[in-house]
Design a protein around this ligand. Sequence first.
Ligand code: 5GP
Ligand code: ZN
Length: 114
Amino acid sequence: MTECLFCKIANKEIPSNIVYEDEKILVFKDINPEAPVHILIIPKMHINSVQDINESNSNVISHIFAIIPKLAKDLDVDEKGFRVVSNIGEQGGQTVKHLHFHMLGGRNLSWPPG
Ligand code: 5GP
Ligand code: ZN
């Protein structure tokens, strides 16, 4: 997916403020933060959205969720709490068509979202 923004970020063709990286995933700061802590967690492999998760690629999803508690600790939101959310498709508010999980914290987050 050469034209995909987050593939380019994963390949370091576009710089980002990296928080965590391993062979499967990249975690970086959102360019337009909606909270004091606002990071994006992406698989390095291109997956369009949650709607394209299946048995053959779901290992990277479990890996992402296994890393989240460590990220929360490192970012000091583990005790007060935080939110993990993925927007899917047009009505879900997805603007970048490469699967990503927003991790937000550092302030009270209202519910329901808009
Ligand atoms: P979505 O709207 O698809 O759920 O989330 C996309 C997120 O990517 C937005 O929060 C937006 O601020 C962020 N974003 C868009 N372009 C860039 C970029 O070039 N770099 C970074 N770090 N974040 C970006
Ligand atoms: Zn991509």
